[in-house]
Design a protein around this ligand. Structure first.
Ligand SMILES: Cc1ncc(COP(=O)(O)O)c(C=O)c1O
Length: 358
C-alpha cells in the first residue's frame, strides 16, 4: 500500500492526538458547560455569605409543576446519590431487610446498601447487558424491601421498555418499593421507553404507593459541580426521605443554577442531541475497529472486554484518556465532545493495532 493509500484508508483519529492534558471519560459528565443563563448565575452570584431558602421553595415549586406532582412529593438532594442513599435506608430499616439491584450497576449503590445495613441481592445482567426483570421477580423474597431499576442502565446503557416496566410493577408485591433511577433519562431516545414519573404517578393514582423516581442535574444539564439531584415519591416516603436529610444541604448557588437550568431546557436538549450523534459515531467507529460495544441509550458506551478490561483501561490512560473499568467485565466510556471522542478512538485504534501485532 502506498503512503497516500494508507492515509486515505486510515481514520482521522488514527493520527490526531490531543496535545497534552487529560480527557475525562470515566464519570459520565457532560462535555459541555451549562448554557449561558446558567453560567451567569454563577458569575454574578453575590450573596455567598447567605444560606438561601432552607425549603428550596422556588426549585421545589418548579419541579412540582414540571412533573405535575404535589410539592410534598418532590425530593431534592445534594446529588441524586444522596436521594438513592436515603431511599435505600428508609426502605430497609430493619435488620434482614434486603435491597435488590442489577449487577454490575452504579457502583455507589453497593455502598448505600452496606450503609443501610441491608442485605444485598445482586441480580446479574443478561448476556446483552440488560436488567434481568424475570430473574429479579424470581429472586424476590419476603425480606426484599426495595428493587432499584436504573433506566437506562449504568454501565451498559440498556433500557427497560414501558411494557416491561409496567409488567414488572404489576407482578412485584406492593410491599416492595421500586426505585427508578433515571439519571440518564434525557439521553434516552428509544421511543419504547416511558417516562418513569408518568408510570409512578399512574401507580399512585391507583392507590399503589410503592414507586419512586430519581433524576439529576449532574449529567444532561451539565451541572455535576453543583451536586443537585431530584426525585418524586409518594408523600409518606418523601417525608421519610426528607427526615433522613440534612438541613440546608442544597446551597443557594446550587439551587439557583439548577432552577436556571430547568428554564434553559432547549439548550440542554441541543447539547444532548450532539451527544447522541457522537454516541452513534463512536459506536460505528468502534465496530469498524473490531470492537463489540453494546448499543447504549445513555451518554456512555460499554465495551465487553472481559479479562482485557484492565489492560485496556491502562492503555487508554497512557494516552491521557480516562475510562472506567468495570471489574473484568468491560469498560465504560463516556461520550464526550468530538475532540474527547477522537482522543478515545485514537486510544482504541492503537490498542486494536497492538492486539493485531501480538
Ligand atoms: C445510575 C446513576 N445514578 C445516579 C448517579 C448519581 O449522580 P449524582 O449524584 O451526581 O446526581 C449516577 C452518577 O454517575 C449514576 O450513574
Amino acid at each position: 500500500m502506498t503512503a497516500t493509500e494508507s492515509a486515505v484508508s486510515e481514520p482521522l483519529y488514527a493520527r490526531e492526538r490531543r496535545i497534552g492534558g487529560t480527557t475525562w471519560l470515566d464519570a459520565n459528565e457532560s462535555p459541555y458547560p451549562p448554557p449561558s443563563p446558567v453560567r451567569a448565575k454563577v458569575l454574578a452570584y453575590p450573596p455567598l455569605n447567605r444560606y438561601g431558602d432552607p425549603e428550596c421553595t422556588p426549585l421545589i415549586s418548579a419541579l412540582a409543576e414540571e412533573l405535575q406532582v404535589p410539592r410534598e412529593s418532590v425530593l431534592l438532594g445534594p446529588g441524586s446519590s444522596a436521594l438513592l442513599q436515603r431511599l435505600i435506608a428508609v426502605s430497609c430499616p430493619a435488620p434482614g431487610d434486603a435491597a435488590m439491584w442489577a449487577s454490575p450497576g452504579f457502583d455507589a449503590v453497593e455502598q448505600f446498601v452496606r450503609q443501610a445495613g441491608a442485605a444485598a441481592q445482586r441480580i446479574p445482567l443478561t448476556p446483552e447487558g440488560a436488567t434481568d426483570l424475570e430473574g429479579m421477580l424470581a429472586a424476590i423474597t419476603p425480606q426484599t424491601r426495595l428493587v432499584l431499576l436504573v433506566n437506562p442502565h449504568n454501565p451498559t446503557g440498556a433500557v427497560i421498555h414501558g411494557a416491561e416496566l409496567r409488567g414488572f410493577l404489576d407482578r412485584v408485591g406492593p410491599e416492595v418499593t421500586v426505585l427508578l433511577d433515571e439519571a440518564y433519562h434525557e439521553f434516552c431516545d428509544d421511543p419504547r421507553v416511558v417516562d418513569g414519573a408518568e408510570v409512578a404517578k399512574a401507580r399512585w393514582a391507583a392507590g399503589l404507593e410503592n414507586v419512586a423516581v430519581v433524576r439529576t442535574f449532574s449529567k444532561a444539564y451539565g451541572l455535576a459541580a453543583m451536586r443537585v439531584g431530584y426525585g418524586i415519591a409518594p408523600p409518606a416516603l418523601a417525608r421519610a426521605v426528607r427526615a433522613a436529610g440534612v438541613p440546608r444541604e442544597i446551597g443557594s448557588l446550587a439551587h439557583d443554577t439548577a432552577l436556571a437550568a430547568l428554564y434553559a431546557k432547549t439548550a440542554m436538549r441541543q447539547d444532548v442531541a450532539v451527544v447522541i450523534r457522537e454516541r452513534a459515531r463512536v459506536l460505528t467507529e468502534l465496530r469498524r475497529l473490531g470492537y463489540a460495544p453494546l448499543p447504549s441509550r445513555g451518554n456512555f458506551l460499554f465495551l465487553p472486554l472481559g479479562d482485557d478490561s484492565v489492560t485496556f483501561v491502562r492503555h487508554c490512560r497512557t494516552t491521557g484518556v480516562h475510562v472506567l473499568g468495570v471489574a473484568d467485565r468491560g469498560v465504560r466510556v463516556t461520550v464526550g465532545d468530538l475532540v474527547d471522542n477522537d482522543s478515545f478512538l485514537h486510544a482504541a485504534f492503537t490498542w486494536a493495532a497492538g492486539q493485531g501485532e501480538a
